[in-house]
Every structure is written in C-alpha cells, then in structure tokens.
Design a protein around this ligand. Sequence first.
Ligand code: NIG
Ligand code: FE
Length: 408
Amino acid sequence: MKTLFYNIKELFQVRENNTEILKGSQMKELPSIKNAFLVVENDLIADYGAMENAPAEYDESVDVSGRMIMPSYIDSHTHIVYAGNREQEFVDRINGLSYDEIYQRGGGILNSVEKLRKASEDELYIDAANRLEELIALGTGVIEIKSGYGLSLEAELKMLRVIKKLQEKYPVKIKATFLGAHAIPPEFKGNQSGFVTAICNEMIPEIAQSGLADYVDAFLETGYFTVEETQKIIQAATKHGLKAKIHVNQFTAINGVAMCVEENVLSVDHLEIVTDADIAALQKGRTIPVALPTCSYFISIPYTPARKMLEANLPLVIASDYNPGTTPSGNMNFVVATACIKMKMTPEEAFNAATLNAAYALEVQNEYGSITKGKKASFFITKPIHSIYAIPYNFGSDLVETVYLNGK
Ligand code: NIG
Ligand code: FE
C-alpha cells in the first residue's frame, strides 16, 4: 500500500540520514522542503521531495494543500498513569504554599501514592488511555511513561502492567520507566536507607526480570534522594541491564549531574537549576539534558537556562513531564511554545528538541524523530497555517489537524 501526500505547503525535519544528536548551534537548522510530496509505504516513509518530482504511481493520495507536516512529537518524560487529581494542591499553591511545604504535610507525590494504591488496574488503565488519546490527537507519536506512584513492588508492577496494556492497545511507541525512588512511602518513614536497599535488592531485580521496564529513574533532590542513594540505584539498574534516566536539579543543584554523567545515564531531566559545574560535567559525557518547561510554568519555578546550555554546545531535549502534581498537561505544542516564549529557544530549536533530539533520549532515533526514508511514517498534518511559527505563536490554539502513526 503506497500513499502519496501531495501539495504539502512545507515538509519539516527532513534529514537524509541522522547519526548524532543535534548540539548547540546545530539546533538552529530545521531542514524543510516547501511545496513537497511524501510517499508512505505501509508503515514507513518511502520517499519525499519537491512536488515536481512526485511519483505518478500510488494506491491512494491525500491533498495537503495549505498544510504542513512535522514528524510526531516525542515526549520523553511523562507520568500519565495516576489516580485522581491534585486540584486542591493547585489552589493551595495559589494561596501561598510551596511544592515543598505541601510535600512536608504529607501531600504532593504521597497524595498520589495513596490514591494510586487504592485504584484498580482497570481504573488506572481507563484514565491513562484517555490521557494518551488526547496526546495522540495533539501530535505525540512516541512517549515515555514512568511508574513512581506505587512505591511498593506490588503497586509499581500494577502501574507497569497498565503501561504494558497501553503499549498493546495503541499505535504510539511507548517506553516504560520504573521510578521506585520517587518519594519515601509511609511504611519506610524514618528508614530511607531501608527503602533504597529494597529498591536495589528487591524491586529492581524483579522488575528487570518482569521485562516491564526499559529504564530506571530516581528523584535526586534535596529532601528526596541523595547523590549517593541515586548512584546505588543507577548501579543496581545497570547490573540488571537497565539504563537510567534521572530527575535532577529541579529545585537545587547538589552535584547530582556530575555523578549521573559519570555513571553514563541516558538523560538528566528537569535542570531548572543549572550551575557552571553541571554544564562542564555535561560537556564531558554523553548524558542528554532534558528540560521540562511546562513544569516550570505550572509551579512557578525557574526555567532551564537553554541559551546558556546551547552556547556551551550541549544538546537539548524538551518534554512535557505530564503528571498530576507539577504539570497536568502533555500538550507538546504548548511545551514548544513555552520553550520559545520563556526559555528563548527559537521555534527551530524547540521543534528539534521535541522531535529528533527527543528520539535520542528514548533511543528511538533509528525509527522516529525525522522525515527520513525507512523511518516510521509517524507525523502530524497541521491545519492551514502561514508558517510553522504559528504553533508557538498561537500558543492556546490546537493547530494539529490530522495525525498519522505508522502510516495509519
Ligand atoms: O517530574 N519531581 C518529581 N516528580 C514529578 C512530580 C511528581 C508529582 O508531584 O506528582 C516531576 O515534576
Ligand atoms: Fe517528572
């Protein structure tokens, strides 16, 4: 089955091949073809080019006049499996409490843990599937989903099974991450080292064995998990064949980034607070920095210093962090807009950070992230727009008209 998309006003992120993540000034270029065609054969991109070279033979054709095509967003950091909501904490923050004060009162992550433990697997699945369907319609084609609201082996496995069911039912590519070290559950209160030992010696081996997780994560932060504890968790994961992606530098910089780079973790995510030492550490390794601009937006904390990091020739990824506490939205169009408006990334840089570079943060760069022959035909078609700048410019509008995932 060969489908021709023709009269595409502009086809974006066109790369003959890609071998490396984009760094620093390389992120300025978002290669495109104006007045283009695209041929999809079954689930793959078979050909593309300028309209005058469009093929005459195909089984089906789609007129894309006035519209633009972008490869699907890759959201490399979400927590979309959760129970209930945290609307009251949202209002409490408006009235003056901080994220940390809410956690100290037993709210925050532990509020979601309490709700998740009570929820059935079916309830969790229905809610997460609804969220995923909304994100698909907004252009996301690849997504990472974390556990981390169970904090016991049983409840974490329940979350990971929900993610597996989503993988089986939806045509989006999903990667699963075990986030056992997200907070200290009530049964380990006052015994943090016991909880870390349980994660390393009991949970990680079981979860690796189950095959339900691709990665391991931890919340390295003052008041949550220390550099040493996180290092133990990364090493236990490595021993069981799982790479790590780490929440770090959301509120404080405590030399966690350097340790993560030394341990060769795949990505360090959040980075609202970044020191010169953190930048120097990132320059030395292959660990990918991931910014979460809509988290900064929602809980009013600093934004990742994108300009400083790009000037230091680092790569950058942006993701949503969709979760009930700090970012109850997974709209990648708004993530791109926020990166442009608040982090002073150009639209070209932001789209690179949300597509091609994000593919590296989930190790799917050979299949997704660009319009490249042989990659998956996962992309979105915009409504009629003047330029692709409309997406961040009209930040409150939904300009995604049609979505194709694996050619369908
Ligand atoms: O990425 N900071 C740690 N984890 C989440 C928030 C979790 C929550 O508040 O439920 C985050 O922002
Ligand atoms: Fe997160």
